[in-house]
Ligand binder design. Structure first.
Ligand code: AMP
Length: 225
């Protein structure tokens, strides 16, 4: 399954992408995670992109497209992949069409108030990129990752002022991507206002019934959290 997961900040893209990636053993490719790793490692690319991310602006298309092109060339993508947070502009969507033909675009959305509430309680593991929420999905040991014990961190761009700008940028630049895939008949829309355990069952069923998800689970008992 070659999928893109798109939608506004805090809608739940990363949570669902991680679930399908672990259950079906296909890579979860989050451009945001790739960029945060580059910043943490202090690379040249990290230095260039940090100023955009800190302000909640989009990283320029040419940089993002190059990063994704390189990643999709890796052999682990041969059975499929989940792109999380890419494409975020029409240019990126068109560039992706040149690289490969995707099977589905999953548009995950929630009302903005729910997203802001989720983002204000979000912590991430900087090592394995797992996502926690202090209210709905807290770590077992205080602020340590359940899987690798790493100290959890807040994303600087989850602060309310930056979130506001990320939303503005989303509506101006990323929202047209939804229509792009709708016109191509590739869009599945997911209202993620209810619990993730319920939403994921419906999404998985839809993907299987429509013949998009044909892989056998490599880890059948994976949970959404
Ligand atoms: P995310 O983790 O997907 O919320 O991304 C965090 C930040 O990384 C975004 O606010 C952007 O600054 C940058 N970013 C991630 N993906 C893209 C993309 N496809 N195009 C441009 N900027 C991106």
């Amino acid at each position: 399954m070659k999928a893109v997961f798109i939608g506004p900040p805090g809608a739940g893209k990363g949570t669902y992408a991680s679930y399908f990636s672990r259950k079906y053993c296909i890579p979860h490719i989050s451009t945001g995670d790739i960029f945060r790793d580059e910043i943490a490692k202090g690379t040249e690319l990290g230095e260039i992109i940090k100023k955009y991310i800190d302000k909640g602006e989009l990283v320029p298309d040419d940089i993002v497209i190059e990063v994704v092109k390189k990643r999709l060339n890796q052999p682990d993508t041969r059975n499929g992949f989940i792109l999380d947070g890419f494409p975020r502009t029409l240019n990126q969507a068109k560039a992706l069409d040149e690289i490969t033909q995707i099977d589905v675009a999953v548009y995950i959305y929630v009302p903005i108030e729910i997203a802001i509430e989720r983002l204000s309680n979000r912590y991430i593991c900087p090592k394995c990129h797992r996502i926690y929420n202090l209210k709905f999905n807290p770590p077992k040991n205080d602020l340590r990752c359940d899987y690798d014990g790493e100290k959890l961190i807040r994303r600087p761009d989850d602060e309310p002022e930056v979130v506001k700008n990320r939303y503005k940028v989303y509506y101006e630049q990323s929202h047209p991507v939804i229509d792009y895939y709708r016109r191509k008949n590739l869009l599945i829309e997911v209202d993620n206002s209810s619990s993730a355990e319920i939403v994921v069952v419906l999404l998985e069923k839809t993907l299987i019934e429509r013949g998009i998800l044909k892989l056998k689970p490599c880890n059948p008992n994976v949970s959404i959290r």
